[in-house]
Design a protein around this ligand. Structure first.
Ligand SMILES: *Cc1c(COP(=O)(O)O)cnc(C)c1O
Length: 371
């Protein structure tokens, strides 16, 4: 039987192996392991890639979101709008600041936040919106920025799943006042460990971020604010530098995989395919389908050697960690329906057309003939 994992690094790793080994040796030889030349160069290169003036490397995506909120002075008494359907980190970052989470339902077909829902959720206390370019699809960020600017609200893009996506000809992660991203290994641009970054065009915010990630210090042993230790390390920066030049090619391959799934899976009763809104582009961090028979389908595929994943099985408002907020089942029906029906299919560089056909064929067999 064929075995198709949900994710594999094999193909990418083979492509970059020699360069990664050299990059690690370079760090070894430099004898400078924290905030050195590799991080500085990566920050420049990623800023150029992401079409922003400033990029600051941090330890991970959750810290990137948290620091973004902190440098905007968001804390107790402030409301922050977040999607009901997202990875938990988006919520955790807001909780860490002491601000109040205002959950907003996404569009059921595109799975992402729409400006109309955001407008309805804004309160007099709303200080920031965190749109998440979930599964790799760009939110209509120009419109979100417009509505936020009219009301003096900050926008922090959560770009963890959408490196390289564009909207209105510009990269996601270049619109918000500050933007957070993650280089967790399986993200579209991934390190070989934890990593993250914050991007912005605002020089003052960039300086604040630079200090905040480093104990709140600009000059060693002199501390201006109560910061944290959250730095991208030299080794990860060196590895990210070797991977970044491949990202556009890897993204194009992901888009091709998604379009092959689309061709093979369209017009199947009971199967809902991901919709890309006309304003948006998609870099397919995930190819997320929906069906009422999700659990049975996942089991069926597993028995055929195909591994799939649920993103995400429990929406944040129903997590034990958030029980104190008092939400119950039925409060956010769109997120709950997504959690009950969504299934992410394998999308990784090197996934062959034959493998995609095998996956799609089995989905069809299960949903059309029930076997
Ligand atoms: C991965 C992810 C994060 C958090 O990134 P880490 O580096 O794992 O902390 C935040 N938001 C979204 C949408 C993510 O997918």
């Amino acid at each position: 039987m064929q075995k198709i994992p949900y994710f594999s690094f094999k193909h990418q790793n083979n492509q970059i192996k020699d360069k990664v080994v050299q990059a690690i040796l370079d760090v070894f030889d430099a004898e400078w392991y924290i905030l050195g030349q590799q991080v500085a160069e990566f920050e420049k290169e990623y800023a150029a890639f992401n079409q922003v003036k400033y990029c600051l490397g941090v330890a991970n995506g959750l810290d990137a979101l948290f620091i973004s909120l902190k440098v905007l002075d968001i804390g107790p008494g402030d409301d922050v709008l977040v999607p009901t359907n997202t990875f938990i980190a988006t919520w955790l970052a807001v909780s860490q600041t002491g601000a109040k989470i205002i959950p907003v339902e996404p569009n059921l077909l595109t799975y992402i936040l729409e400006p109309e829902n955001l407008v309805k959720a804004i309160t007099p206390k709303t200080k920031a919106i965190i749109p998440v370019h979930l599964y790799g699809q760009a939110c209509n960020i120009p419109e979100i920025i417009n509505l936020a600017n009219q009301r003096n609200i900050f926008v922090i893009e959560d770009n963890a799943q959408a490196h390289g996506a564009t909207i209105a000809g510009k990269k996601t992660g270049s619109f918000g006042h500050v933007n957070a991203t993650s280089f967790y290994p399986v993200k579209n641009l991934g390190a070989f460990g934890d990593g993250g970054a914050i991007t912005t065009n605002d020089e003052i915010l960039a300086q604040k971020i630079k200090a905040f990630r480093n104990y709140g210090s600009t000059i060693k042993y002199y501390n201006d604010v109560i910061g944290i230790n959250s730095r991208l390390d030299e080794m990860q920066a060196a590895i990210l530098r070797t991977k970044l030049p491949y990202l556009d090619q890897w993204t194009a391959e992901r888009i091709k995989i998604a379009s092959t799934y689309h061709q093979l899976l369209k017009n199947i009763d009971g199967l809902i395919l991901p919709v890309t809104s006309p304003e948006s582009t998609h870099v397919y961090h995930g190819y997320v389908i929906r069906t009422n028979k999700r659990d049975e389908l996942q089991k069926y595929l597993f028995n055929k050697g195909i591994e799939t994943v649920i993103h995400y099985p429990v929406p944040p408002h129903l997590q034990k960690a958030y029980s104190h907020l008092g939400y119950k089942k039925g409060d956010f029906p769109v997120a709950e329906l997504l959690a009950e029906t969504c299934l992410s299919l394998p999308v990784w560089n090197g996934l062959s057309e034959a493998e995609i056909k095998y996956i799609a064929g089995n989905i069809k067999n299960f949903l059309v003939s029930g076997c």
